[in-house]
Design a protein around this ligand. Structure first.
Ligand code: GAF
Length: 384
């Protein structure tokens, strides 16, 4: 952190006069409970020790300037546009500003420098980390006194209302509330949380990054969400009281299967099963039953691939190859899908052999090398 602070400090003083304050917010992993958040279910994320950090201070004139040091890019502005600039990183900052102003809270002109260690496009929520760090910083800098939950909502609204991805609350919640060595068992229906100690003994969490992100990720994401909501609506019309898929069982689905399209049935069936798997997974890791935990990860991947249809060839291959690696208990695609990382539970001693085997296979099949991260947990957003 000292290095990040030195770097940000230097960059800030090269460009601006004031002394800044420093804030950071982590990326996240999700152990299990994928595509559950917007269905009112449970998720099990943890913050990682890769942060999006900023130096920030009020501006002495009416212009705000934000520098993305990793991208060598800079945006200066006075008013924020009503609509986002397609694909631009500044949208995440503007989205957060909009969410504050929707609450009647005005962000005064400011200057900031960003430096992020969270890999972009790897499914580690680099965008949530960026939204959260600005939400946290604005709250402190302008004395808004909003709670952490409110900041979580602000970051989510930035993504939903401005950037345009109808994501759930998981990524922002994890980035705000993370605690080192803990996973967060979050009930997305009422935001109740339980911290689950991540005591993995001789195991590590190995992330393997496909290094690709297929274009259809965000449109397919919104489409899945729509399909899930449609199931709830159709069953409501049959007199079943449900506000989300969380309230439905496989029996409800089977009973009304003829009303649902094949896709709707499969999506809902995956979501209901994934919720059950999450509880089983928490029990498995708390009793160090790695075989059970690994099988649940593999089963989650099967569901995401065959029922929810958010996987892709690269992710499927990684999961398959890993099944033949010694000491690798199980793995699955992580996050929204169509690229990004797989998350794997593996004996630490077996990591070098796993990496060498997977790299050889991936290189010969796809012509590139995947990237690897051993995920260590970290604390949530803070001033540093
Ligand atoms: C993305 C979204 F942003 C999350 O809200 C969540 O739905 C996840 O995909 C899938 O579990 O990260």
């Amino acid at each position: 952190m000292a290095m990040t602070k030195d770097f940000l400090s230097r960059e800030f003083s090269k460009n601006f006069q004031h002394s800044p304050r420093f804030f950071r917010a982590p990326g996240r992993i999700n152990l299990i409970g994928e595509h559950s958040d917007y269905n009112g279910g449970f998720v099990l994320p943890a913050g990682i020790d890769k942060y999006c950090s900023i130096a920030i201070a009020p501006s002495s004139n009416q212009i705000s300037t934000v520098i993305a040091s990793d991208l060598n890019d800079k945006v200066a502005f006075q008013d924020i546009p009503t609509h986002p600039s397609p694909g631009h990183w500044i949208n995440y900052v503007w989205g957060v500003m909009h969410a504050f102003s929707a609450r009647g809270l005005t962000i005064q002109p400011f200057n900031a420098v960003i430096q992020s260690e969270v890999p972009v496009g790897a499914g580690l929520s680099s965008s949530a980390a960026l939204e959260v760090v600005f939400a946290k910083a604005f709250n402190e800098l302008f004395h808004f006194n909003l709670s952490n939950i409110e900041l979580t909502h602000i970051a989510k609204e930035a993504e939903n209302n401005y950037v345009g991805l109808q994501c759930g609350i998981m990524d922002m919640f994890a980035s705000v509330h993370a605690r080192k060595d803990m996973a967060i068992k979050l009930d997305c229906r009422n935001l109740d949380i339980e911290f689950v100690p991540l005591q993995l003994k001789t195991n590590k969490i190995l992330l393997i990054d496909t290094c690709i992100k297929h274009e259809l990720a965000s449109s397919e994401y919104n489409q899945r969400r729509h399909e899930c909501e449609s199931v709830v609506e159709k069953l409501n019309q049959q007199g079943i009281e449900a506000t989300s898929l969380r309230d439905l069982s496989n029996e409800d689905l089977d009973l009304h299967r003829s009303l649902l399209s094949e896709n709707e049935y499969l999506r809902a069936s995956y979501v209901i099963e994934e919720n059950t798997r999450l509880h089983q997974f928490v029990a498995a890791i708390s009793t160090s039953d790695w075989t059970a935990a690994g099988s649940l990860l593999n089963a989650s991947h099967e569901g995401l691939k065959n029922k929810y249809n958010v996987s892709c060839e690269e992710l499927d291959q990684l999961v398959e190859w890993c099944k033949s690696c010694k000491g690798l208990w199980g793995g699955r695609m992580m996050g929204g899908g169509f690229g990004g990382c797989t998350i794997n539970l593996v004996e630490e001693d077996e990591i070098p052999a796993t990496i060498s085997f997977v790299s050889e296979q991936y290189q010969s099949r796809f012509g590139v090398n995947p990237k690897y991260y051993i995920a260590t947990t970290g604390d949530g957003a803070c001033e540093f």
